[in-house]
Design a protein around this ligand. Structure first.
Ligand code: CP
Length: 341
């Protein structure tokens, strides 16, 4: 049995059903503005639930969700788990480091073994680009797959929680001047952000970084490339910093971390060229003193911890939408049942 994921193709066809409903959430690429707004709007309701004394709602009662993380994670895994629990689902966390994958079991065999436990959803993080698509192509029809980050390809729930955070502060994504700064080459977050920002109407999307960390041809995605940080963030409304993904770098792409911080590390002084009300995002984990100065990370324009909180609401929205149990779908089901009576 071949357990090897390949290059992701046709993600939007695999993601949606014949009626355009989201079945899997693998990538922001190819999804309509309406679909992305639907996720943001659904998450608004769940963000309010998070502020209540009792934070649980019964939308996914009886459903079983398996977190299958082949790469380390703090934020994504825990907020998916919390989101599932707040939706009253049963959650299993498979720790791959202590699973039979270590004894040579293929991805497909692992998958089919877990499927035999009657699960309804896999949340997957994997080092290989295309892993989530591969799994979505091979699961039983009733199972939804959510991509929790695959290689350098996509991290769609991260991008959507970023969009939610931006919309919370700016009212809309439309018309905003945005910059994505740092290691774009190895960043699944950057790719998912670019597709989401485009679909949601950002007026300008800039990518900023050294030549070795900006993919050749990225202009084809409709972004402007800058190699000077101050020029790249000048007059921007939103600055999205990226972590240096040293675990994915092959060879010496950077002279030193000190030099990188000198040219591309975001400091209060450099931030002064952005709009006075510009906000600063970072998906985490942070490399303080490498891509961002602590004064900025902990400063008044940083929304980094809010991103984490909003991640729970976004993940509740994505899970409930893909499993067809979000409030609108339930109302539609109830209407259909009433019509049938
Ligand atoms: N942003 C993000 O994906 O963080 P984790 O690796 O901690 O999940």
């Amino acid at each position: 049995m071949n357990g090897a994921p390949g290059k992701p193709t046709g993600s939007h066809n695999l993601q949606t059903d014949d009626q355009g409903r989201l079945r899997h959430f693998l990538s922001t690429e190819g999804l309509s503005r309406e679909t992305l707004l639907g996720i943001l709007d659904t998450a608004e309701g769940f963000a309010a639930v998070g502020e209540r004394a009792v934070k649980n709602v019964p939308l996914l009662r009886g459903k079983t969700i398996i977190n299958l993380f082949f790469e380390p994670s703090t934020r994504t895994r825990t907020t998916f788990e919390l989101a599932a629990k707040r939706l009253s689902a049963d959650v299993l966390n498979v720790t791959v480091a202590t699973s039979s994958t270590k004894k040579g079991e293929s991805l497909l065999d692992t998958l089919h073994t877990l499927e035999a436990m009657y699960c309804d959803m896999f949340v997957v993080r994997h080092a290989d680009s295309g892993a989530a698509h591969f799994i979505a192509s091979n699961v039983a029809p009733h199972i939804s797959v959510i991509n929790g980050g695959d290689g350098r390809h996509a991290h769609p729930t991260q991008a959507m929680l970023d969009m939610f955070t931006i919309r919370h502060h700016k009212g809309s994504i439309e018309g905003l001047c945005t910059a994505i700064v740092g290691d774009v080459e190895h960043s699944r977050v950057a790719r998912s952000q670019i597709h989401a920002l485009k679909a949601l109407g950002a007026s300008e999307i800039r990518v900023v970084g050294p030549r070795t960390l900006i993919p050749i041809g990225i202009e084809d995605l409709g972004v402007k490339v800058f190699h000077d940080l101050r020029e790249g963030i000048r007059d921007t409304d939103v600055i999205m910093m990226l972590r240096l993904q040293r675990e994915r770098m092959r060879g010496g792409l950077l002279p030193s971390m000190q030099e990188y911080f000198h040219f591309y590390g975001l400091t209060e002084k450099k931030l002064a060229v952005a709009q006075p009300d510009a906000i600063v995002l970072h998906p985490g984990p942070l490399n303080r003193g490498v891509e961002i100065d602590s004064e900025v990370a902990d400063g008044s324009r940083s929304v980094i911890l809010q991103q984490v909180s909003f991640g729970i609401a976004i993940r509740m929205a994505v899970m409930s939408i893909t499993l067809g149990s979000h409030p609108k779908a339930q109302r539609q089901h109830a209407d259909a049942d009433a019509d049938a009576d």
